[in-house]
Design a protein around this ligand. Structure first.
Ligand SMILES: Cc1ncc(COP(=O)(O)O)c(C=O)c1O
Length: 441
């Protein structure tokens, strides 16, 4: 006689960024995934409108990635990269720098977006120190920014719930205003026309703190987690100019924009603005193995990597930086991205995606729609006294009744499907959403 399997207990796993008690009372559980679809534990097909969590750009369960990881476990499961090495991260770094803007040609590996952000911030501080400008200790973030959950990222981030319970955070950080301006820019297609002057906040902070105390500015070219906020036309260029004028490093957090989301390999290329440091993670391995990569310019790298040759130049790293399985998954992902032109596919589909998203404009309670590449944000009017409830109802309805995975933050719906999506699936996503938004009126 075999024992009956234990029924699944939901108590022990303390879920991240989840209303745990609400979830456990009415769970949403996936069991398998393939291509554009998940299957829920009760056997329903769920169209993946969010590429998992903005990371499965080539769709789910790609054989090549599974095979590469499986082979790698048997060949070299782990090798340290502290004072030791193995060929894979070197090979991966070379391949990645063929995709980045040419000046961003040194790569530091991490395991997540949060770690990529911390790494980028530490590089900025170490750069100025190494150049004899150790008074440059301030870092400027932006309101509503999301840069992960570690102390540096939390501090430069600008989402109040992510910050308010965790003490005074790091000293020496200030924030630009965010660029969402619904009264002036509602229903803009692509980058909004108004708001370039918000970049001048940086000039003001230079006056306030003295530019010579500022090490870096970190921004998401397109803010994702806060609900899809786009840079106004000319904004990123102006931020770059102000940084250059004052010797401040520009860090782009491309954790969600990297690897094709905006229609070019990186948002830096989509917007024609090159940062000095670029933090990436999601989609690097198609979501299969945790991994991040921070790209630095040669100038940043060379300033830090100097001094006596027997001394470690940058006292920073993770046990799993350049992990063999992550490298294998990343290289197999890059093969697929290249073969299927996924890093630029967002540009080809952008017009169809944009039209489909903006078709929701006339629905009840839709106050704004924002889009670029294969990202769309649909902002709903909150119910009186119940912020977030309307979008949460849409989310639940889509999952439980309509076979669609969406993502919501507050009353904003964010769509970011795998880049393999076909036009029929784009239609399906937005028609389903339309029905659910109407039902939540
Ligand atoms: C812009 C940005 N930076 C950093 C992060 C943190 O990444 P992770 O959750 O992998 O630590 C995220 C995650 O959504 C992000 O969107």
């Amino acid at each position: 006689m075999t024992d009956a399997p234990n029924p699944l207990s939901l108590a022990e796993f303390w879920m991240p960024f989840t209303a745990n008690r609400q979830f456990k009372a009415n769970p949403r559980l996936m069991s398998t995934a393939e291509g554009m679809y998940y299957t829920s534990v009760d056997g329903r097909r769920i169209l993946d409108g969010t590429a998992g969590l903005w990371c499965v750009h080539a769709g789910h369960a790609r054989d090549e990635i599974a095979d590469a990881v499986g082979r790698q476990v048997r060949e070299l499961d782990f090798a340290p990269t502290f004072q030791m090495g193995h060929p894979l991260p070197f090979e991966l770094a070379t391949r990645l720098t063929a995709l980045t803007p040419p000046t961003l040609n040194r790569v530091f590996f991490t395991n997540s977006g949060s770690e990529s952000v911390e790494t980028a911030l530490k590089m900025a501080l170490a750069y100025h120190q190494a150049r004899g400008e150790s008074q440059r200790i301030r870092i400027i973030g932006r309101e509503r920014g999301y840069h992960g959950v570690n102390f540096g990222g939390m501090t430069v981030g600008g989402i109040v719930n992510n910050r308010k319970r965790f003490g005074p955070l790091l000293p020496g950080v200030d924030h630009l205003r965010h660029t969402l301006d619904i009264p002036r820019n509602a229903f803009s297609r692509g980058v909004p026309p108004h708001g370039v002057e918000l970049a001048d906040d940086l000039e003001r902070l230079c006056q306030l703190h003295d530019a010579s105390t500022i090490a870096a500015v970190i921004i998401e070219p397109v803010a994702g987690s806060t609900g899809v906020i786009l840079p106004p036309a000319g904004y990123l260029q102006r931020i770059r100019e102000i940084c250059d004028r004052h010797g401040i490093l520009l860090i782009f957090d491309e954790v969600i924009t990297g690897f094709g989301r905006c229609g070019a390999p990186f948002a830096a290329q989509a917007f024609g603005v090159t940062p000095d440091i670029m933090a990436t993670a999601k989609a690097l391995t198609n979501g299969v193995v945790p991994m991040g990569a921070v790209f630095a310019s040669t100038a940043v790298h060379d300033a830090i990597v100097q001094g006596p040759e027997n001394v470690i130049e940058f006292f920073h790293g993770y046990t799993y930086s350049g992990h063999p399985l992550a490298c294998a998954a990343a290289m197999a992902s890059l093969d697929i991205y290249a073969r299927e032109n996924l890093l630029t596919r967002g540009a080809e589909l952008a017009a169809i995606f944009e039209d489909a998203a903006h078709n929701l404009r006339a629905l009840p309670n839709v106050v704004d729609i924002r889009n670029i590449g294969l990202v769309a944000g649909i902002e709903l009017k909150p119910r009186a006294g119940a912020p977030g409830a309307r979008a949460y109802d849409v989310f639940n309805d889509c999952f439980h009744n309509r076979g669609l995975l969406i993502r919501v933050t507050g009353d904003i719906i964010a769509m970011s499907p795998p880049l393999i999506i076909e036009s029929g699936e784009i239609e399906q996503i937005f028609e389903t959403l339309a029905a659910a938004i109407t039902a939540a009126a």
